[in-house]
Design a protein around this ligand. Structure first.
Ligand SMILES: NC(=O)c1ccc[n+]([C@@H]2O[C@H](COP(=O)([O-])OP(=O)(O)OC[C@H]3O[C@@H](n4cnc5c(N)ncnc54)[C@H](O)[C@@H]3O)[C@@H](O)[C@H]2O)c1
Ligand SMILES: [Zn+2]
Length: 366
């Protein structure tokens, strides 16, 4: 087991916490909560893992003498809704939960964001623990305190920054994850190498086979290093004010456009991010920031991992529509196009005021 400390010192409250990563950790969740003084828990679980991973967590809580209620939530993005958070609030009120109750999220990003937001908002804030059971959650969504739900008008439009008390990344839970979900999560892993850590990028290139075979040691290293890089960024720019946290959006401006234009669900988030990173690298090449070799190197790693570098032909996405979505992107100020772009493996900058014609070229360049 490895442990990463995410430092958020503060006066009067130190909000620092540990991200524990390894095998067989679910059975220790009860003791973990017990050590932090929890006596009662509200466990929000993805229905897909209710009978498996979440049952192990519930048993661990029982053994540790922590009274708890399990609330299963249907799998899928549709559960990140006002309706579902309303149901959580109602149940929490019915159980007369107060601020001494700890919320435990067991699942992927959907459950983490939803339960995190319910915890942030109910009774003005309950402690929350993120027990991450998808690769995306272990390397990204469970870390950093962004919580929220979707509205008809857009994803993640309502939410709060609410740091967890701790994050548990039990690698064993990934064994049951469908291949497409696992592969999709790898896009964020590649992203960390590209934006922050050339050595890690090289390590990924050398360990593709082990990662795809889900060799425990390789998966553990990929998760640990990614989580550590995310934690470092969050420590230095918790609320996305200095621009550093924006680096995490590498590939995401193009990616969100593809995701939105293709219709949510047809491309998984990581798949859209992989295409987005491939396009962003081309844009960087068109701007003379990187060599064709860098574009090829990144493409090659993505493709070997089973990720796409261009949208499916059948998606039939119109350039104008993609450009319009990108101009509306949070990262674009006043409609000016803004992108996180590499200048080498392991480093990116936020680049402003990019010529839309170059963006169009990047959509199609091979
Ligand atoms: N808060 C953040 O900083 C942040 C960052 C990135 C993504 N997100 C959010 O995270 C969500 C995506 O997260 P995700 O990719 O984990 O999706 P998800 O939570 O929908 O999980 C993906 C699928 O895997 C299933 N599943 C979960 N764990 C499993 C397991 N161990 N075995 C088998 N099946 C399992 C789920 O039922 C679901 O069908 C999006 O809503 C996104 O907006 C948030
Ligand atoms: Zn992402």
């Amino acid at each position: 087991m490895t442990s990463i400390r995410l430092h958020l010192p503060g006066d009067p409250t130190d909000r620092s916490y540990d991200i524990v990563c390894g095998n067989g950790l679910l059975a220790g969740v009860g003791d973990l909560l017990g050590r932090s003084g929890a006596r009662r828990a509200f466990v929000v679980v993805d229905a897909a893992v209710a009978g498996t991973h979440a049952a192990v967590v519930a048993e661990a809580l029982t053994k540790a003498g922590i009274e708890h209620t399990v609330f299963p939530v249907p799998s899928g993005e549709a559960s990140k809704s006002l309706d579902m958070v309303g149901r959580l609030w109602d149940e929490m009120a019915r159980l007369a939960l107060d601020r001494t109750t700890h919320v435990v999220a067991v699942g992927g990003g959907v459950i983490g964001d939803l339960a995190g937001f319910a915890a942030a908002s109910f009774a003005r804030g309950l402690p929350v623990w993120q027990v991450a059971t998808t690769l995306v959650a272990q390397v990204d969504s469970a870390i950093g305190g962004k919580t929220g739900i979707n509205l008809a008008g857009g994803k993640n439009l309502v939410g709060a920054f609410w740091q967890p008390r701790g994050v548990v990344a039990d690698i064993d839970t990934l064994a049951t994850l469908p291949t497409r979900e696992f592969t999709s999560g790898l896009a964020e892993v590649v992203k960390y190498g590209m934006i922050l850590d050339a050595e890690f990028f090289g390590w990924l290139e050398a360990h593709v086979e082990g990662i795809l075979a889900r060799e425990p040691a390789d998966v553990a290293h990929a998760v640990h290093r990614s989580a550590a890089l995310k934690a470092e960024v969050v420590e230095r720019d918790e609320r996305e004010t200095s621009g550093l946290r924006a680096a995490l959006n590498y590939g995401h401006t193009f990616g969100h456009a593809y995701e939105t234009a293709a219709g949510y669900g047809s491309l998984l988030h990581g798949e859209a991010v992989a295409i987005g990173m491939a396009r962003a690298a081309r844009l960087a090449r068109l701007l003379g920031r990187v060599s064709p070799e860098l574009v090829g190197r990144q493409d090659s790693l993505l493709l070997r991992l089973g990720l796409p570098t261009s949208p499916p032909e059948t998606a039939g996405l119109a350039d104008d529509q993609l450009l319009a979505i990108m101009a509306r992107d949070k990262k674009s100020l006043g409609g000016r196009l803004r992108f996180v772009l590499p200048d080498r493996v392991g480093h990116v900058d936020l680049v402003d005021g990019i010529d839309p014609d170059l963006v169009r070229q990047a959509l199609h360049s091979v």
